[in-house]
Design a binder for this molecule. Structure first.
Ligand SMILES: Nc1nc2c(ncn2[C@@H]2O[C@H](COP(=O)(O)OP(=O)(O)OP(=O)(O)O)[C@@H](O)[C@H]2O)c(=O)[nH]1
Length: 863
């Protein structure tokens, strides 16, 4: 015999689970609850108790059972084949035999009660139902008419109660006897709908009685439902009737919503929970919360939380999970995970990185060339010379116009020259992120040789990893000595091809236009080797060469198209500005409709003035361009308010730790070349794991603006040894946030940088320059020494300040101030704009024009 649960059995024998459990305990069979299973033996033993009781209950009972048994085989074809429990559910109407039996019972009881209650119930309105139920429940529970007057009283009113009681009490077993036929009747009622005809004929009389009672009693829905769902409805009603009394005993087994008339389904045997099928793969960006992951996996969050708990992670439903956690959980479910990388659409660099995959549509593009060199070595003359010889050649009548760049054609091939000579502009653009230049022409005057700015230019080009062609200029001059130039450049790593190196040297005379063709030829050669390519079919992108606000035309920007083709009307984002390309003018002042790769054009139509070096990108539609432009501009405003994160010795270790720094770029400036070299060599020897010291530029003399712009572009630190920054450099360093470290003792420089790299930099005091005075006159006074008649040009000089004497940008003495006087009186401090007399301890070699810098040591408050 199949195993059966206590409650199922209880239903089968029309008893409550409690009764069955009690009986079991009497039999010494221990069961924990109504869900416990009973084996065949126990069932037989129980049958012995319950079925025997039933049988002995009187004629009615036996007839009842007979009716039951008869009903099953005869009335319900489907029941016959199914297990008793399934009989009714197979008919789709009710939940199972056990339940049906109960329902039938209660329904029947109701019917049984009703005939005598009829009149009262009608007048009793809805209470009638409860009225009927309660007795039914009582009868069923006890079979002895243990009515609950209280309940009935509440529901039905005293009169009814009495009547009910009155009816039921005398019914005694007879009441049960009445139930049985009802039970028999019940089934046909339920089944009657399914199988019209069925046993309905026999049962109808009592069934009708039931209906007759219900209808007048205002259970309105029933009347309407009857055609389709009468049996169900009735069943439901009966069920509800049955439930109420049963709720005390089996609170969870019945649906309280049954008033709605929905057929109840198997609630006593909970169906196994059908779990959603797992997805084969899920995707996420950055992270997922536990709740989101659960949703994606189609699982309960609690299940995920449990799994996390097993992995040692205490999580809540809203907790964000990192990639590892997500992967672990998904691996546990056997689900594949993919992280979607979110692209910041407002980052224009992204578009530049993407364009490298164009493949088939790539075609050759003209090289973009910058001319650099020392002052007066002939950069402007060379640019003019190239332009005159080549531009006018092809474009007769074209009025050359300065738009910051121009193109020439040589041997049918174009070359684009950036018209702003000098490395300052070059580096400024680079500092803004623009990698515009493909090639640098280093102009060196043959009569002058390598000069400081020549070296600067070399280092700027090297830092930008741009190949160099050397134009040895002024070859027409009798004093020209190209060999000397070559010799000197060798020392800076530019070795001519003739000498076994790979640098191209072209002797030219910019003034006379000699050697220009060869120079252009060489440019094209280098460009060819570099295989410069672009895709003219795509939307344009590039960089701003220069931009200004024009009174009549508004914002005017010269753009260098680096890839794609720019058209009139294109929606464009330029730096933090946006708009539509309204008008385009080329380098010879002609209006053009489109501009291909490496072409410089001047455009109007932007909402604001961008900056040189800004990137531009054309978008599909104006709305996108506007959105991106606006969000960039607001982001830029926020960024402006926050400090720039250039490397400084103070944040070096932090940056190294975060893996942002692999090279520590240093620019070394010192008073004499020998010191520069010594410094550079010592710095190179610093050996700290994880970071290389890279000297990107060295030079003798004061720290100038160019050093700062190079430092800014290359994220470098400037180390000054016995030198000071000039005014412009100071301003630039402040603006760009470049760290300048000034020293007078070589080992201290090394020590400081090494300590910074090891994260041990812990200076307690910081020097703060408080003012500067210019020596206007000197007085030699015996015993006192030299008095410097000075004028305070900046800040203030105080009695207790330390001083430095600076001559031509070089610190010649550092020491203490001895006396500070205003006229004849000692002064505590002298402010800017006032004259004063200064003497310096142990130093009398002061001269007119010297700068006295006053400083104090301030304690640094560490964060
Ligand atoms: N003899 C001779 N003189 C030249 C040549 N190229 C330039 N010069 C002269 O050198 C001087 C400086 O030339 P620029 O072209 O202004 O030099 P630059 O490098 O542009 O100078 P800055 O703009 O000050 O950096 C001018 O007087 C030119 O005429 C040349 O090939 N031969």
């Amino acid at each position: 015999m199949t195993k059966i649960r206590v409650h199922e059995y209880a239903k089968r024998v029309n008893k409550s689970s409690k009764e069955v459990i009690t009986e079991l305990s009497k039999m010494n069979v221990s069961v924990s609850n109504h869900m416990s299973t009973l084996d065949g033996d126990t069932v037989k033993r129980l049958d012995h108790v319950f079925v025997a009781n039933v049988n002995s209950g009187g004629n009615n009972k036996s007839s009842n059972q007979q009716t039951n048994r008869q009903n099953r085989p005869t009335g319900q074809g489907s029941q016959k084949s199914g297990r008793p429990e399934n009989a009714n559910s197979s008919s789709g109407q009710s939940n199972g035999n056990g339940q049906t039996a109960q329902r039938s019972e209660s329904g029947q009881r109701r019917d049984g009660n009703r005939p005598s209650n009829n009149g009262q119930q009608r007048s009793g309105g809805n209470q009638r139902n409860t009225n009927q139920q309660r007795p039914a429940g009582q009868q069923r529970q006890s079979g002895q008419g243990q009515q609950r007057p209280g309940n009935q009283g509440q529901n039905n009113g005293g009169q009814q109660r009495q009547n009910n009681n009155g009816q039921q009490r005398p019914a005694g077993q007879g009441g049960q006897g009445q139930q049985r036929p009802g039970q028999g009747q019940q089934r046909p009622n339920n089944q009657g709908q399914q199988r019209p005809g069925g046993q309905g004929g026999q049962q109808r009389p009592s069934g009708q009685g039931q209906q007759g009672q219900q209808r007048p009693n205002g259970q309105g829905g029933q009347g309407q439902q009857r055609p389709g769902g009468q049996g169900q409805q009735r069943g439901n009603q009966q069920r509800s009737n049955t439930q109420r009394p049963n709720q005390n005993q089996r609170p969870n087994q019945f649906n309280k919503n049954n008033k709605k008339g929905k057929p109840q389904k198997q609630q006593h045997t909970p169906a196994p929970k059908v779990e959603k099928e797992l997805p084969s793969k899920i995707t996420f960006t950055e992270s997922l919360s536990v709740g989101e992951l659960a949703k994606k996996l189609g699982r309960e969050p609690s299940e995920i939380i449990k799994k996390l708990f097993m992995l040692g992670v205490m999580a809540t439903i809203n907790q964000e999970l990192d990639k590892d956690a997500i992967e672990l959980i998904c691996a546990d479910y056997g689900v594949e995970v993919e992280e979607e990388i979110k692209i910041d659409v407002t980052d224009l660099e992204v578009y530049f990185e993407q364009n490298e995959e164009d493949g088939a549509d790539l075609s050759e593009r003209p090289p973009v060339v910058t001319i650099m060199g020392h002052v007066d070595h002939g950069k402007t003359t060379l640019l003019d010379s190239i332009r005159q010889t080549k531009v006018t050649e092809g474009e007769a009548g074209g009025i050359t116009q300065h738009i910051g760049a121009y193109q020439v054609v040589d041997n049918g091939k174009k070359i684009t020259f950036l018209d702003t000579p000098g490395h300052a502009a070059f580096t400024t653009m680079r500092a803004r992120g623009a990698k515009v230049t493909d090639l640098t022409i280093l102009v060196v005057a043959a009569d002058d040789g390598v000069m400081p700015q020549t070296v600067e230019a070399i280092n700027h080009a090297k830092a930008a990893e741009v190949p160099i062609i050397v134009a040895v200029n002024k070859m027409d001059k009798p004093t020209a000595n190209p060999d000397r130039v070559m010799q000197e450049l060798t020392e800076h790593g530019l070795v001519p091809e003739d000498w076994g190196g790979d640098t191209i040297f072209v002797p030219v005379s910019a003034l006379k236009g000699e050697g220009i063709d060869t120079l252009l030829e060489m440019i094209l050669l280098v460009a060819e080797v570099a295989e410069l390519k672009a895709n003219p079919k795509r939307r344009a992108m590039g960089s701003v060469i220069e931009a200004q606000l024009d009174k009549g035309r508004g914002s005017v920007a010269t753009l260098l198209v680096q890839d794609g083709t720019l058209h009139i009307g294109d929606p464009i984002v330029v730096g933090n500005t946006f708009g539509r390309v309204r008008a385009m003018v080329n380098d010879i002042g002609r209006r053009v409709k489109e501009a291909g790769p490496s072409t410089p054009v001047e455009i109007t139509g932007l909402n604001d003035v961008p900056q040189a070096g800004d990137r531009f990108v054309v978008f599909e539609d104006e709305k996108t361009a506007r959105q991106i432009g606006e969000s960039r501009s607001s982001a830029a405003a926020v960024e402006n308010r926050t400090e720039k994160s250039r490397v400084t010795l103070d944040n070096l270790f932090e940056q190294m730790k975060q893996g942002e720094m692999k090279d520590l770029n240093i620019i070394v400036k010192a008073d004499v070349q020998g010191t520069v070299e010594a410094m550079a060599a010592s710095l190179m020897k610093i050996d700290v794991e994880g970071v290389n010291v890279k000297i990107i530029h060295t030079g003798a003399g004061a720290i100038n603006e160019s050093d700062i712009s190079l430092a800014a572009a290359s994220n470098a630190i400037v180390v000054g040894f016995n030198v000071r920054p000039d005014v412009n450099a100071k301003r630039a360093a402040e603006a760009e946030g470049v760290d300048i470290r000034l020293h007078r003792v070589i080992y201290k420089v090394i020590e400081e940088i090494e300590a910074a790299m090891k994260g041990m930099l812990d200076p307690e005091f910081e020097e703060k320059v408080i003012g500067q005075a210019e020596v206007r006159e000197t007085f030699k006074v015996s015993k006192v020494g030299t008095i410097a008649g000075s004028y305070v040009t900046e800040g203030k000089i105080t009695r207790d300040s330390g001083v430095r004497v600076i001559r031509d940008g070089i610190v010649i003495f550092e020491g203490e101030l001895d006396t500070l006087k205003r006229f004849k009186d000692d002064a505590k401090e002298v402010a800017r704009g006032y004259e004063c007399g200064i003497t310096i301890k142990n130093f009398n070699d002061i001269k007119e024009g010297d700068i006295i810098e006053a400083y104090v040591m301030e304690e640094i408050k560490r964060a």
